[in-house]
Design a protein around this ligand. Structure first.
Ligand SMILES: NC(=O)c1ccc[n+]([C@@H]2O[C@H](COP(=O)([O-])OP(=O)(O)OC[C@H]3O[C@@H](n4cnc5c(N)ncnc54)[C@H](O)[C@@H]3O)[C@@H](O)[C@H]2O)c1
Length: 254
């Protein structure tokens, strides 16, 4: 092992998804031990099959992160099985395109719980262990450009992501003195299945026609920034909101 993250224990939530799996692979390649967390057993199984390198440096945890008790239990297992986490990539999330007038209570709760509530619960328990073990922790919350600029038909998702941006500022303030750096990444449109339904709509076609440099992002565009934020080079960065969107937030015609 010779990576920047040798010896780090990294928790990646939503690891079974398109972007989370790339974060997990990146940290594993850099020498970290990685807790792979997702609600979906099936996607974790697929991920395990695809990952390279020694299997003792990774473990899968199939947990519904909207359950505060289950999150606390999961961190107790991670601490015991891999060690206390120094890095959290708070990446799990869900999306749905719905006009405001059609948002049901169930839609609203699902989007807020699976984006905001779980991200709060996870960061809280990760920080508890970082503080207890006096680690120079790095928490990277994943929001979206949709949390910075309004996108029609993504209102509830955007509200939850905007709250994650503000949550980052609160955590940076409260935990900065404990040696934890909390920052927030705002990806633009990344070519993953989460967006495939959008591309079928007129709105999605407008998005594709107006991308600032005519291209979608790939998970790899995000991995390097997340790994940098978790590295010693980022020790003076706390409470930052970093768009990785190819300049999308400055053109936004949608
Ligand atoms: N794809 C994009 O263009 C884009 C843009 C901006 C932000 N993001 C954000 O990046 C993150 C990853 O997106 P993706 O495209 O890889 O999506 P994805 O759907 O492929 O992955 C998200 C993962 O989170 C998991 N998850 C959801 N709720 C959970 C819960 N309660 N408990 C445990 N796991 C849960 C899902 O099972 C899934 O595997 C999300 O937070 C998303 O909002 C994505």
């Amino acid at each position: 092992m010779s990576g920047v993250h040798d010896g780090d224990v990294v928790v990646v939530t939503g690891a079974g998804g398109a972007i989370g799996s790339a974060y997990a692979a990146g940290f594993l390649a850099a020498g970290a031990s990685v807790a792979l967390v997702d609600i979906s057993d099936e996607s974790l199984g697929r991920l395990e099959q695809s990952l390279e390198g020694p299997s003792e440096r990774r473990r899968s945890y199939a947990v519904n992160l909207t359950d505060f008790g289950a999150v606390a239990d999961m961190f107790a297992r991670i601490e015991k099985e891999l060690g206390p986490p120094r890095v959290l990539v708070n990446n799990a999330g869900v999306g749905k395109i719905i006009p405001i007038l059609d948002v049901t209570e169930a839609d609203h709760d699902w989007l807020v719980d699976n984006n905001l509530k779980q991200a709060f619960a996870v960061a809280k328990e990760a920080a508890r262990l970082m503080i207890r073990h006096r680690l120079r922790g790095s928490i990277i919350n994943i929001a979206s450009t949709a949390g910075l600029r309004p996108i029609a038909h993504l209102t509830t998702y955007s509200m939850a992501k905007a709250a994650i941006i503000f949550m980052t500022a609160c955590m940076a303030k409260e935990w900065g003195t404990e040696g934890i750096n909390t920052n927030c990444l705002c990806p633009g449109f990344i070519d993953t299945p989460m967006n495939h339904a959008l591309w079928e709509t007129d709105q999605g076609k407008t998005v594709l026609a107006n991308l600032p440099r005519g291209r979608l992002g790939t998970p790899e565009h995000l991995v390097r920034m997340v790994m940098f934020l978790a590295s010693p080079g980022a020790q003076f960065i706390n409470g930052a909101v970093i768009p990785v969107d190819d300049g999308l937030q400055h053109v936004f015609p949608f």
